[in-house]
Design a protein around this ligand. Structure first.
Ligand code: NAD
Ligand code: ZN
Ligand code: ZN
Length: 366
């Protein structure tokens, strides 16, 4: 079929809306009619070139939609099902899937990062040449053919625009605070960056029972949103932010320190902002090839734990429905995350607004 999609040809150029060919789903694949796709900073890393990827590519990995056609052998979803797309499809068979870490499934990791389906080919093409699919999803498009395990069936009483955010920002942020480094009752937490991911770390920390929740952002305008999502204190980035964090945490530093931007210097600051014996979680994605200077001698002497967090360590099949139940019973907020709706042809504007750092999440709505 011919569909409209936002294609990125080269880093540092705009997305171009093209009519591309989408082939039929093969065995183990599903075609989804996309209803909404959030604008996540990880897509922008393709534009800035900090994430390297085969090109041209259709980005978009925070999607939700309705199942249109299932390929041979797909039994867990059927036409008409509402689904949130999972950008860490899991095979269920590999070492990681069998050890409770489906977000690290190594059956899918290589093809997904090469921008293809499991068989190494892409369903997208333009004038006969392959176009790659970011995260195997390519949801900045009217339809997407995705690996079957990327389809997580959800209840039908939640608007797909709202549900789409569970596919990245909510899973990543809430998951970081409840699974990667589970926040405990009465703890102190600091979160660097209050974008789609950081706001969700804040609400995850509140869910875990933290009593001091410090949000840090370069944009003073983020204060109201940060507080709405659970921050008890808000600091604008400055030379004295580390001292301010220590002043708010008995002079020690926070029990848990989360970096949700993806800058090596900020990761180093997040390390310093954790108390001895505390934990540092790297949720932001720094540029491929960049390095963060974390001092070994200090790590040894202070027993700080440094942990990466990929997709909030979630198990999408278990957690997407759970997070949506949490939304419906008022435990977490989703509607307040949606700052603005955009059309697909406004995608470059949507990213420009994201880069101001002043919004929670823009969502492309089809
Ligand atoms: N680990 C994962 O699985 C995962 C998943 C999704 C996104 N990410 C990454 O998380 C990061 C955040 O994504 P997002 O979509 O929330 O981004 P975003 O653009 O929505 O938000 C970034 C926020 O950080 C703030 N900021 C920028 N520089 C800062 C600084 N020096 N100090 C404090 N705050 C600063 C901005 O003002 C903005 O509020 C990105 O690197 C993204 O690629 C990682
Ligand atoms: Zn994302
Ligand atoms: Zn697996």
């Amino acid at each position: 079929m011919q569909i409209q999609a936002a294609v990125l040809y080269e880093p540092k150029t705009p997305f171009i809306i093209e009519t591309v060919t989408l082939d039929e789903p093969r065995a183990g694949e599903v075609r989804v009619k996309i209803a909404a796709c959030g604008v996540c900073h990880s897509d922008y890393h393709l534009v800035s070139g900090t994430t390297k990827h085969p090109l041209p590519v259709v980005a978009g990995h925070e999607g939700a939609g309705i199942v249109d056609t299932v390929g041979a052998g797909v039994t867990h979803v059927q036409r008409g099902d509402h689904v949130v797309l999972n950008w860490c499809p899991a095979c269920g068979e590999c070492y990681y899937c069998q050890h409770g870490q489906p977000n690290l499934c190594d059956t899918y990791t290589t093809p997904i990062w090469n921008g293809t389906m499991l068989d190494g080919t892409s369903r997208l093409s333009l004038k006969g040449e392959p176009v790659y699919a970011y995260c195997g999803l390519a949801a900045f498009a009217e339809y997407a053919v995705v690996p079957a395990p990327s389809c997580i069936r959800i209840r039908r009483d939640i608007p797909l625009t709202t549900a789409s955010l569970v596919g990245c920002a909510v899973a990543t942020g809430v998951g970081a605070a409840i699974y990667t480094s589970p926040v405990q009752q009465g703890e102190s937490v600091v979160v660097f960056g209050c974008g789609g991911v950081g706001l969700n770390v804040l609400q995850g920390a509140a869910l875990g029972g933290a009593t001091t929740i410090i949000a840090v952002d370069t944009q003073p305008s983020k204060e109201a949103l940060a507080r709405e999502f659970g921050a008890t204190h808000f600091l604008v980035s400055s030379d004295h932010v580390l001292q301010d964090i220590r002043d708010l945490t008995g002079g020690r530093g926070a029990d848990r320190s989360f970096e949700a931007v993806g800058l090596p210097k900020l990761q180093e600051l997040a390390f310093e902002a954790a108390r001895p014996g505390g934990s540092v979680v790297l949720a932001g994605l720094s540029a491929m090839g960049s390095a963060t200077n974390l001092p070994g001698a200090v790590i040894t002497r202070t027993e700080k734990t440094i942990k990466g967090s990929y997709y909030g360590s979630v198990d999408a099949r278990r957690d997407f429905p759970l997070l949506l139940d949490y939304y419906l019973d008022g435990t977490i907020k989703l509607d307040e995350l949606v700052s603005q709706h955009w059309r697909l042809d406004q995608i470059n504007e949507a990213f420009a607004v994201m880069l101001t750092g002043e919004v929670a999440r823009g969502v492309i709505v089809f």
